[in-house]
Design a protein around this ligand. Sequence first.
Ligand SMILES: C[S@@+](CC[C@H](N)C(=O)[O-])C[C@H]1O[C@@H](n2cnc3c(N)ncnc32)[C@H](O)[C@@H]1O
Length: 273
Amino acid sequence: MAGTDPWNGTDRLDEATLDVMVARLEARGKNAAFVGMLDDYLDAMEIDGAASVLDLGCGTGLVSRRICARPDFAGTCHGIDLSDYLVRAARRYAADEGAGERTRFEVGDTHSLNLAEASYDAVIAHTLFSHLDDPGAVLGEMARVVRPGGRIVVYDGDYASLTFEEADPEQSRQNSDRVIEALVTQPRVLRQMLRIAKRHGLVLDRMFSYVLTEAGRADFWVSAVEGLRVLGPRSGVMTEAEANAWADAQLAASEEGVFFGSSNYYTYLFRPA
Ligand SMILES: C[S@@+](CC[C@H](N)C(=O)[O-])C[C@H]1O[C@@H](n2cnc3c(N)ncnc32)[C@H](O)[C@@H]1O
């Protein structure tokens, strides 16, 4: 069955589903491997020198909060997200962490930004592109609003590589494909980034690649597995019973120390030509 990635339509979701998303975003934001990938590109783009940062598809504001917590960062972060519920969560988390004064979170669609051109030193899309209808349009907007000499980052999972293993390899392949279909709109977009960037006059500065594999016990992948109980049926790709059976099997594998879950993650750091 054809699926609808819930992350692609967060402006149309009920609060129970959005709470599951908040839990996933905040849980992975505490994972050392995930935060390490974020810090790698913040260092590489010399974010501490930026006065104005745009955080697209900001969700609960994880990236903006991480930037504001850097001792040498003295600028401000502006987050934009499709979901009013997630934007309100981002404001609360930022206020709780003392970043309320230096962050601004607003509802918007990144395909068409109501922002002046050349107005940000740094523009970041952190796990947004895989959920977009038109990644080219969004990269075009990023190229438009970044100032000359500024930096653009696109970071995401290369979700065509996402895989979870079960006892039966063939069932594993089928279920991994269904999980990708349930959670992602553009599973191969991170392989297309240089072609898209070329069309928008962006030049590649750095590229980082990672494999986030957990074998034995799951940690990073636990909240993804738990989230699928709700997001899987919400996508239309699987029933609640199927999603729960799959999640139960994954968590049991983790308990037994035989879990295997993995995805590649890539960062592209661009600058305007
Ligand atoms: C996987 S979450 C990432 C959130 C955050 N960047 C993080 O990494 O914690 C993807 C986010 O993109 C938002 N989103 C999806 N499509 C969007 C669009 N067209 N415009 C703005 N936000 C969008 C979703 O609401 C969601 O918060």
